[in-house]
Design a protein. Structure first.
Length: 270
């Protein structure tokens, strides 16, 4: 059996992050090497969970694969993602609970396709995104879990707005059912009612984002720059979606490289 060194494992998770997580990759590039590697390890694990939950395996095989990922958190795995994650957990005291919560979120995606109200949705967001915040906050050197959770929820809400059409094709509707009814949205398609609902959802996301960015007060300069950068990229994405009349059907809203670099530069200026 071939063995993978810790350095090789970190190189692997950084490649995954650069390829799959463009917003996070732009944020973490400003971190010191050890912190950058640790965040990449957390992301790579979260990516594994997402790939299984969103993949084409039958439901039972997905459940088995997700439980194998959970078990990998406690085993002496030779998988580069787990090697990197184990080292990062030891270095920075990353707790196991939020990593397990990511798996719970993947399992929820198999079993639940709609959400009754925002309380229902928020519980899901806490698992799939707030948990990432709770894992990362230890790497940043802060114990402000309250605002780390809020920031994770904010970013997930922006993802939900951006990915309405893609999620619908996967058979999932994350927008709360009571809010769809309250705004008179009978189908997920462009309409005045849909735009009104999305404006409401965008305002909620911005409220959570403002709350989450209070995390910056507890961070060192480079960690704060990292968080400010990827939060700025998400906010820029939301602004563009809004400017386009919340037409989230068809081509997904993405920021160009020059636009992303402009957001990074803004972050450098504070």
């Amino acid at each position: 059996m071939s063995t993978v060194s810790v350095d090789e494992a970190y190189a692997a998770v950084e490649r995954i992050t650069r390829h799959e997580a463009k917003n996070f990759a732009y944020g973490i590039m400003v971190l010191p090497r050890a912190k950058r590697q640790a965040i990449a390890a957390i992301y790579a694990f979260a990516r594994r969970v997402d790939d299984v939950a969103d993949g084409k395996l039958p439901a039972e095989e997905k459940r088995t694969a997700l439980e194998e990922l959970r078990a990998g958190l406690d085993e002496d795995s030779t998988d580069p993602v787990f090697i990197a994650l184990r080292d990062a957990r030891e270095r920075f005291g990353i707790p196991r609970e939020p990593l397990g919560a990511l798996v719970d979120g993947g399992l929820q995606d198999i079993d639940q396709t709609t959400y009754t109200d925002f309380d229902d949705l928020r519980g899901y967001c806490e698992k799939v995104a707030g948990a990432v915040g709770l894992a990362c906050v230890r790497v940043y050197g802060s114990d402000d879990t309250e605002h780390a959770m809020a920031l994770g929820i904010a970013l997930q809400l922006i993802n939900i707005i951006r990915d309405v059409d893609e999620d619908q094709r996967l058979g999932r509707v994350y927008l709360p059912q009571d809010e769809l009814a309250a705004f008179g949205v009978e189908e997920l398609a462009p309409s005045p009612a849909f735009r009104e609902l999305m404006a409401f959802e965008a305002e909620r996301a911005r409220t959570y984002l403002a709350e989450g960015l209070r995390l910056l007060e507890s961070l060192d300069r480079r960690s704060a720059l990292c968080v400010r950068t990827f939060a700025g990229l998400y906010r820029e994405t939301l602004d563009r979606i809004e400017a386009g009349g919340f037409d989230v059907f068809g081509k997904k809203t993405r920021l160009s490289t020059p636009r992303k670099l402009a957001v990074v530069a803004r972050g450098l200026l504070g």
